[in-house]
Design a protein around this ligand. Structure first.
Ligand code: PEP
Ligand code: MN
Length: 352
């Protein structure tokens, strides 16, 4: 069962519901969204919850019985689509309906200079969030694994000078507090989508989460992974389709573009597309980015690099020069055709 609180419900209203559920032997998981709080109830006996008469309590808008595996992330239990704000709730960058958000940056943080240059390229292309991996999940243990905490410090310096909030991957549940000290958004990568300890750890963090789809995961498994994050109290989750494994070998992964509207039918969470890691090829980034805009995604995440031929990771898919200028033009011109404006920091939205 899910208790949906009124938009104006207070902390005391929420506490009273939680207390009543716990005193009846159930568990209650509170998730605070931008406009509403919802409470997921877990217990054996639904009838017992019914007898608690939660609907009559102050601040409660609705109590919904749920039989699907999705509770907190389900569209059925949520009034409308969610917007997740990255970089501070009053002055951050929105990801959600009505806007189109470009996240760009290097696949991996390699040096301060490379990251500064990539951030300038990203910003010039219209990106309002900077991506960059300090901890890299590499298929081979002999490949560059990222700069670790030094990489996080570089990202923080670049944020200081560019003003771009940072999206960076966390690989291990134990690293969440350390990465959260520097990051504005915690990325869970495709290889970790089934890492339930990590999902719970980012669920306890007070930062938005970018949850990439497992390369072998169904949409339902992906949304259930998001449910793990939400169940620990964090409803600021953005999903990211990044391609799945198929028999096709001409691309690194097959971008499952239909996952975007499928997710939007099932969940209120924003959904983005990563056209870089899906195709794995520079020449496909722009066409796939256009497809993402057309299909109704809330944004894209793109790799850029000042010298792709020297990149330590994923140089073949990084944009530079004319390709990046073309992408910049597409993300400026195309979203308005589908009823979205390029996402800006909230404080600057509406400024002349
Ligand atoms: C990344 O975005 O840096 C990354 C490793 O992506 P994925 O987890 O989708 O492979
Ligand atoms: Mn990469």
């Amino acid at each position: 069962m899910v208790v949906v609180m009124e938009p104006g419900a207070t902390g005391a209203h929420v506490d009273a519901v939680v207390e009543r559920v716990r005193s009846a032997g159930g568990e209650a998981f509170v998730s605070r969204g931008v406009s509403r709080t919802i409470i997921g109830l877990v217990g054996d006996n639904v009838d017992e919850f019914r007898a608690l008469n939660l609907r009559s309590m102050a601040g409660v808008a609705d109590v919904i019985r749920v039989s699907s595996p999705l509770k907190l992330v389900s569209l059925d239990n949520h009034p409308g689509r969610s917007t997740v704000v990255v970089g501070g709730s009053d002055r951050g960058v929105p990801i959600g309906p009505g806007t189109f958000t470009l996240i760009a940056g290097p696949c991996a943080v390699e040096s301060a200079q490379q990251t500064f240059q990539a951030a300038e390229m990203a910003q010039a292309a219209g990106a309002t969030l900077l991506r960059g991996g300090a901890f890299k999940p590499r298929t081979s243990p002999y490949d560059f694994q990222g700069l670790g905490e030094q990489g996080l410090r570089i990202l923080a310096e670049v944020r200081e000078s560019t003003g771009l909030p940072i999206v960076t991957e966390v690989l291990d549940a134990h690293d969440v507090p350390r990465v959260a000290q520097y990051a504005d958004m915690l990325q869970v990568g495709t290889r970790n989508m089934h890492n339930y300890a990590l999902l719970q750890a980012v669920g306890r963090a007070h930062l938005p989460v970018l949850l990439k789809r497992g390369m072998q995961a169904t949409v339902e498994e992906w949304l259930t992974a998001a449910e793990y994050v939400a169940q620990r109290g964090n409803l600021d989750i953005v999903l990211c389709e990044r391609g799945i494994r198929t028999f096709e070998t001409s691309t690194r992964n097959t971008l499952d573009i239909s996952a975007v509207p499928v997710v939007q039918q099932l969940s209120h969470l924003p959904v983005m597309v990563d056209p870089s890691h899906s195709g794995g090829r520079r020449d496909l980034v722009l066409p796939l980015a256009r497809a993402a805009i057309a299909v109704g995604a809330d944004g894209i995440m793109v790799d850029v690099h000042p010298a792709p031929e020297e990149a330590l990771v994923d140089g073949a898919q990084a944009l530079v020069g004319a390709d990046l200028r073309e992408l910049a033009s597409a993300v400026r011109r195309l979203p308005p055709l589908v009823g979205r404006r390029p996402a800006e920091r909230l404080a600057s939205a509406g400024a002349s």
